[in-house]
Design a protein around this ligand. Sequence first.
Ligand code: IMP
Ligand code: MG
Length: 180
Amino acid sequence: MSVSGQEKLKVLIRRAAIQKRVREVARQITKDFKGERVHLIGVLKGACIFLSDLVREISLETSIDFIAVSSYGKGKQSSGQVRVLKDLDSSIEGLNVVLVEDILDTGLTLTYLLRILQQRRPRILRVAALLDKPSRRLKPVKADYVGFTIPNEFVVGYGLDYAERYRNLKDVCVLSLPPA
Ligand code: IMP
Ligand code: MG
């Protein structure tokens, strides 16, 4: 893996552990929605890899859609502003929706998404987040399905980026940057 400048990567969650946990989360979703259809909504771009693995482990009728929002700039800092960049392709009215997020950090993005999606009258609206950093929360919001609870570190890999890089790492890694 090519790492630029003085950036350093340290493995936090290995690929095998991610795969195992994704299967467990999928099994729980399969159980909770037994006999029904689930509509997964991936939050682009970070959740694309998690969603791809998750949906293949769910043994139910499924459909998928994606939404893209901007909450962060190019770096690590949240702008605090959330905006829809790409909306859903189809209506979610009456559907069992599971919103799939890469990471739940301050909760600003999720709070905003839950508010706009709830207005569209899904039958059920749940949240699956691969990672949760509860120590950073600014809004009182929780995911129904959490892959891993992690400490307050900036992580990349398995879909998560730093300035659009590192999404292709198979493990979730802590990224440390050289001092500014
Ligand atoms: P929140 O609105 O602060 O909860 O942030 C959610 C979004 O910020 C996620 O969907 C990620 O795109 C991004 N984010 C938050 N923490 C990290 C991190 O540690 N690594 C990479 N992206 C992150
Ligand atoms: Mg991001």
